[in-house]
Ligand binder design. Structure first.
Ligand SMILES: Nc1ncnc2c1ncn2[C@@H]1O[C@H](COP(=O)(O)OP(=O)(O)OP(=O)(O)O)[C@@H](O)[C@H]1O
Length: 231
């Protein structure tokens, strides 16, 4: 049995006549932080969608919780996604007519079971307990992203995938949101995979992977954590 929470192997993605990802492999061990960095147009969002089971590759395999996902029905993929992955997006993707609390509870509601105590812990840790009844339109960008972090962790996922999570935040708010995200990542034993073009995020991560022209070029592990990347 592999100890990796996610393994992507030989991923190739072709859309129309364009090869967006040529041959990318990524292993994500439990409780690690990985930054996938690359310039605009490198294929980061495409890779994010593949790793998060939101899209399927042209070829290659994605295993999550040791489950090979290629042959799964859309229903089973959705269930695996809900049970094992939390998502954070650049534009927050909160639902306007739900309160902060209701937005964060959505993954639990989809799974059929509310855990109000865990939600309360998340809101307290993220310092938004006093914002629970507010609607997204009345929240700042940093508060919206903290609600999105609560939503990502609501079902205690093995892995949190974040696509440019600080892209709409100013530098001070970026620091605050990342501090909270890393603290929760550590206390929940979740693996965090952040996809971003922002070079300033680098010093905070155990492992940095570069995605360029659809290919993963190298990785720079800074600690004993052992994510392995092959090109
Ligand atoms: N469905 C699609 N059909 C055709 N081309 C696509 C499709 N999706 C993405 N592309 C192209 O693939 C390339 C990579 O896109 P992607 O959004 O994954 O890059 P990115 O690294 O996330 O870029 P950015 O940082 O600017 O958001 C781009 O040239 C894009 O136009």
């Amino acid at each position: 049995m592999s100890e990796n929470v996610l393994e992507a192997e030989s991923i190739r993605v072709v859309r129309g006549d364009q090869e967006i990802i040529s041959d990318a492999s990524l292993s994500v061990p439990a409780n690690t932080q990985i930054l996938v960095q690359g310039p605009s147009g490198a294929g980061k969002t495409t890779l994010f969608n593949i790793l998060g089971l939101l899209d399927v590759p042209t070829s290659g395999t994605v295993r999550i919780a040791n489950e090979e996902t290629a042959a799964l029905s859309e229903r089973k993929r959705a269930r695996l996604r809900r049970e094992t992955i939390g998502f954070i997006f650049q534009d927050f993707q909160l639902i306007d007519d739900l309160t902060a609390w209701e937005n964060a509870a959505l993954p639990q509601d989809h799974a059929g079971e509310r855990d109000e105590e865990w939600l309360q812990t998340l809101f307290t840790e993220l310092e938004i307990a006093d914002r629970a009844d507010q609607y997204p339109a009345t929240l700042s960008g940093g508060e919206k992203q903290r609600v999105a972090i609560a939503r990502a962790l609501a079902n205690r996922p093995d892995i949190v995938l974040a696509d440019e999570p600080t892209g709409q935040l100013d530098p001070t708010t970026t620091t605050q949101v990342l501090d909270l995200l890393f603290r929760l990542q550590d206390t929940t034993d979740t693996s965090l995979v952040v996809i971003s073009h922002d070079m300033q995020l680098q010093p905070r991560f155990d492992t940095i992977v570069r995605l360029e022209d659809g290919t993963i070029h190298d990785h720079e592990p800074k600690t004993e954590a052992k994510p392995s990347i092959d090109t």
